[in-house]
Design a protein around this ligand. Sequence first.
Ligand code: HEM
Length: 431
Amino acid sequence: IFVGKKIKRSKWNLPPNPPQYPIIGNLHQVGGLPHTDCCTRPKLVGSRLISRGFKDIGFTQYTLIISLCNLLAKKLPESSVEQSPVDLSKTLFCLTTSILFRVAFGESFHESKIIDQEKIDELVFEGETALASFAFSDFFPIAGVGWLFDLLSGQRKRLNDVYLKLDVLFQHMIDDHLSPQRSKDHYDIIDLMLKVIHKQGKDDSLRFTVDHIKGVLANIFLAGIDTGAITMIWTMTELARNMEVMKKFQEEICDRLGNSKERITEEDIGKFPHLYLVIKETFRLHPTVPLLLPRETMAHIKVQGYDIPPKRRILVNAWAIGRDPKLWINPEEFNPDRFIDSPVGYKGQDFGLLPFGSGRRICPGMAMGMATVELVLLNLLYFFDWKLPDGMTDRDIDIEEAGTLTVVKKVPLKLVPVLHSLVTPNSSFRK
Ligand code: HEM
């Protein structure tokens, strides 16, 4: 087998790779934070289950963010009065979940009886881990060997458990949308997909089913919630480590919005060039999905003279590209000004900065993701100054990473909000 493999290999000019062991190849190097050490998506056991047999699609919709920012605004003034630190990691996660539930699923996350609000981040994490995880059956599909290993190692049970938890949640949402008591004043993606099912003819070649709806819900739930929260957490982390950058940005906001605005709305988005510099610099150092989503070659391709055979898994290390000294001066330094007069954007046209991926499989939720991030950061920085908890200096802020598909700040970010002295006392944020 090995000789055969060697002969077959010599046909191709394969890219260089780390040393491999027989049989397991490079499997022993997979794990930890792989990003630190063309295509279709590869069909793995975990992703097959969570996407309900790949019946998912990329989708996005955007509205109703404003009312949810008010929710954030209720919590922070309390901590501001008490001068106590806020767990921004938890708060921002909760906020993006609320936005997504309202926008995409027509559900109020805070009023929902079926969702354990304290554990929603765990569920997203478990779902993402299932999507990203390797099962033995992926590598040893023959004669049930992999299946047996998955059974013994508990991987099969782990995958099934998370599948069932998500299934209960999605079924509840669908039932809720089918209920005759449901208010007709909100029309969302679930209504739209139910309508498609209802209207399709018996002879339609592509039959849309409830499984397709659940596949799409899984997409939105797993891809749409923590990505925005993680981007905001890293941005606030870097701003807290670089207070002079935060001040400069706050001055820009106040210059443009004045100091008596009661609410930041959708109309205020897109007016702050400095905010884009800050977000782009955060994306460069902390891409939320550091290896993007895995791709699989559908045919033999050539990349820079190297052969990539068909059906090969391809990971693009956006994290390493963002820190490549050949592309960036002082790559480890957080310096948003590097993007002044730079044509490098975040929308996938520049391969040096790929926070949303690129090409056909680029993130379909980019517009919604950016709008959410922008609006929340504007609110955080217009209405509040931010201090480090007593006894802490910027050097004490930990930037260790954790995660699988998405990479979050391992230690939650805790900062003290101080209601901005320039904001009028009548602001709705104080009520
Ligand atoms: C700041 C927020 C976000 C970031 C940084 C982000 C990042 C990404 C990245 C890097 C990918 C992989 C692209 C590739 O492999 O080329 C992706 C895919 C995807 N994202 Fe996002 N995303 C964000 C927000 C959202 C939102 C709000 C939604 C939905 C409501 C969403 C839905 C998706 C879906 C469905 C895919 C898979 C697309 C496919 O396989 O074709 N994302 N995202």
